[in-house]
Design a protein. Structure first.
Length: 503
């Protein structure tokens, strides 16, 4: 008589296979995030992140809320990581790589909660292979870390809609929301979207005790609001002081750029092919959702919350532009789960949807993994070229909208460094960090005087931001004897100008 495994054995086998596949997905995601981790140089915001935590907890949680647009939690986390693993390029960036990899099983858990294990596994694979997530996993910035509390909050929202109020759900939501807000300022909009979306969703679902559930949910959001007041006041201070003036105004092109960056990755070029691909992909997914929408909880958590968030950001941008592709990178988490459902819901259009999804993933990965060496600001190569000159210079001037941390990271022994001031809106880069390095300001007139009196002067500029100020000096001094220029995607973006006394 032949024996057959019982249902428990079969279930255990399937479960073991799913766990093995999930571990494989996490492993592939981690490898992709560590691949070429130091290939591109650190750019200004990354070197800033490496030094900012040194100002201390007291500063980060008081004046820092007013001066720095990103809240303190990420800087506390990266500072702790650096204390253990060092501030080298690989060590500093590996924090984001690990955080991004840890988000993969959390996406799986969210997919299981909203649908089932198959969709959770497929959603985790999408996040693991996402060019957008790989890009931010290779930056010393808060976006990879933000995925962890964001996914946790979405998970608590989904469970609240299914179970109603419970101490675990409410506590998890409150803690996760506060971590999101104090990891990135746009966490305020995200939490507001979660709070509102979940209220609306709960009001339309007939289960449990809706009134008692809503009172508990509103109370939890009230606690979050009170504890988040310091960060919200800091955000208002940035707007009042015009410290976000560098963000481009709200336009259709800005929205299109954000869509491209979040679907294909920030390194995808802006051309007709990518635009058609992004529009076609989103259109196909939207049509499939319309024809066969998911169940209500998934609509609320995976579609409603991102939609409310986008509306909030667009509305806020009419008063203070904040449209940047990176603030939407977390939206890939819920949308990956919706995409997994679209692919698995039936077989009629699976081949077509799968094909366009694979093209999107492939194009994004091709641009991410095959990025040119100048895809980020080339501070490393430029400073290596000018290091011998730095040792001989009487004065090294950093442009008015450049970050002194770039120079001090790649040339920590540089001396006689000053930062050129032009009466711009102050920010943490041009006030706080220079003080940390012992760097003081210098006026345009003083720079011109030092050049005209025969001093060895090096002027280091970010052309996109500082270029408009350069003619103010060039018109009053002799032409520089030499210059070193670094390119970003083929365009000049970093420049070092040299003046030397006549022989």
């Amino acid at each position: 008589m032949s024996s057959r495994p019982d249902s428990i054995t079969v279930a255990r086998t399937h479960r073991g296979t799913e766990i093995a596949l999930l571990l494989l997905v996490i492993g592939v995601g981690l490898v992709l995030r560590l691949f070429h981790l130091t290939y591109l140089a650190l750019w200004s915001d990354e070197t800033f992140s490496i030094y900012y935590y040194k100002l201390g907890l007291a500063y980060l949680w008081t004046n820092g809320l007013q001066w720095e647009s990103s809240p303190p939690l990420y800087y506390m986390a990266i500072g702790s990581w650096i204390q253990v693993f060092g501030a080298g390029e690989f060590a500093a960036r590996s924090f984001s790589a690990v955080a991004s990899a840890l988000a993969i099983p959390m996406v799986y858990a969210l997919g299981c909660e909203l649908f089932d294990r198959s969709r959770g596994l497929l959603a985790a694979a999408f996040i693991a292979l996402s060019a957008t997530q790989i890009f931010y996993a290779q930056e010393v910035r808060p976006y990879a870390l933000l995925l962890l509390p964001v996914t946790a909050v979405l998970l608590t929202c989904a469970r609240f809609l299914r179970q109603g109020r419970s101490h675990a759900n409410l506590a998890g939501y409150t803690v996760g929301s506060l971590i999101s807000i104090y990891t990135h300022a746009t966490g305020v909009f995200f939490v507001a979207a979660c709070g509102l979306g979940t209220i609306l969703g709960r009001m339309t679902m007939r289960c449990g005790q809706p009134r008692a559930d809503l009172r508990a949910w509103i109370a939890a959001n009230a606690v979050v609001f009170v504890l988040a007041l310091p960060e919200m006041m800091g955000m208002l201070a940035h707007v009042a002081a015009n410290r976000l003036a560098w963000i481009a105004p709200l336009t259709l092109s800005a929205i299109g750029r954000s869509l491209r960056e979040d679907i294909l990755g920030p390194l995808a070029p802006a051309d007709l092919v990518t635009e058609v691909l992004v529009v076609g992909f989103l259109g196909v997914v939207a049509v499939r959702i319309y024809l066969r929408p998911p169940e209500r909880r998934a609509i609320v958590v995976a579609l409603g919350v991102p939609a409310i968030f986008v509306c909030e950001v667009v509305f806020a941008s009419f008063f203070q532009p904040i449209i940047l592709g990176r603030i939407f990178c977390w939206v890939q988490v819920p949308l990956s789960i919706i995409l997994a459902d679209v692919l698995l819901v039936d077989v009629r259009y699976r081949l077509f949807v799968s094909a366009i999804t694979l093209v999107v993933l492939g194009v994004g990965l091709a641009h991410q993994l095959g990025a040119p060496g100048d895809a980020k600001e080339p501070w490393r190569s430029v400073i290596r070229q000018i290091k011998p000159d730095l040792a001989q210079a009487d004065l090294v001037v950093v442009g008015p909208q450049s970050d002194t941390s770039n120079l001090m990271y790649y040339a920590p022994a540089a001396k006689h460094v000053r930062i050129w001031t032009e009466g711009l809106p102050p920010n943490s880069e041009d006030t706080v960090l220079p003080n940390l390095f012992g760097i003081t300001s210098i006026t345009r007139a003083e720079i011109i005087d030092r050049i005209n009196t025969g001093a060895r002067v090096i002027l280091l500029l970010r052309l996109g931001l500082d270029g408009r100020f350069l003619p103010l000096i060039l018109s009053a001094v002799s032409p520089p004897q030499r210059q070193v220029t670094g390119t970003c995607l083929g365009r000049p973006c970093i420049q070092a100008l040299f003046w030397q006394p006549p022989h």
